[in-house]
Design a protein around this ligand. Sequence first.
Ligand SMILES: Nc1ncnc2c1ncn2[C@@H]1O[C@H](COP(=O)(O)OP(=O)(O)OP(=O)(O)O)[C@@H](O)[C@H]1O
Ligand code: SF4
Ligand SMILES: [Mg+2]
Length: 327
Amino acid sequence: MSADNFLEVRGLKKDFDVGSPTLFSRAPRNLHAVDGVDFTLHRSEVIALVGESGCGKSTLALLLMGLEDPTDGKVILEGRDITHLNDHERKDLRRKIQMVFQDPYESLNPTQTIEEIVTEPLAVHGITNSAERDDRVKKAMEDAGLKPAEIYLKRYPHELSGGQRQRVVIAAALVLEPEIILADEPVSMLDVSIRAEIINLLAELRITRQIAVIFITHDLGSVGFFADRVAVMYLGRIVEIGTMLEVLEKPQHPYTKALLSVIPVPNPRLRRERIILQGETPNPIDIPSGCRFHPRCPVAFAACKVSDPPMVTISRTHQAACLLLVK
Ligand SMILES: Nc1ncnc2c1ncn2[C@@H]1O[C@H](COP(=O)(O)OP(=O)(O)OP(=O)(O)O)[C@@H](O)[C@H]1O
Ligand code: SF4
Ligand SMILES: [Mg+2]
């Protein structure tokens, strides 16, 4: 493993047993929520993980956090296999990987003050020295943009705006000084006007605290130029990954091209022809044969129904899984 392969994800799968299809059948049914995901995250890198609702983004995040057990595959952090941990090891991992959820209203206990909320992770991890605790809480809050921290400490979540609440959630994640933040749709519940502020905050943290971020979103347009790389997920798998510029300017997978074509672009010269995908995303219980995207792909051909496309290397940093790219 190279020193830069901070987090490695190899062949990661998660099936959920969703029971038998009818009352009379006992055959188990598996829903393939994450179906063979491979990628590497570098130190203080930002990867945007993009895909439609139900493609497995949150399940992937829960697997990385150790909150779900994978059916197959591996997660390796700094050379150490963290795929199956006991409770004690998992608690230790929390210091390194923290998650920020979508809904800042549900993530915060309404009966706790902001001070109690941000202090709690320290107590859980046995950091009880009051001077160290107060320093860490103040720094985490101020790094999350709640400045000066003192004016927020005794307030309750309902006294804050949505954006401030999401900053409290981020402060509670920062207080353990994590090396990775998994941000699962962190701005989708916020007003459009404050989305950019939270994205800028995450962009700053990767510089000031050297934190790597996996930024999960269903909206490729919300990523802007904040991410270093973009991973596009479809039905449990990454179908394209590359630098922001590669994916935005030279998308290779027909699914990525369709996602990009519907992003509003103010400059008419840069506007792309809209590609409207036919049909709904298939059910992850019955993944289509061959290329999983073939029932909706506007450029599918006969082989797509039978051959599962391999990841094809376009450049050192850019790969996509489409038979049209196989030479
Ligand atoms: N605990 C579970 N039991 C059964 N099925 C599940 C479970 N959790 C997720 N799923 C299913 O797995 C698939 C992937 O779900 P997931 O929540 O990971 O998608 P997502 O990409 O995060 O979607 P969204 O953008 O709507 O948040 C979906 O079909 C979902 O219904
Ligand atoms: S392999 Fe075929 S169906 Fe799949 S994305 Fe490429 S052209 Fe479309
Ligand atoms: Mg989700």
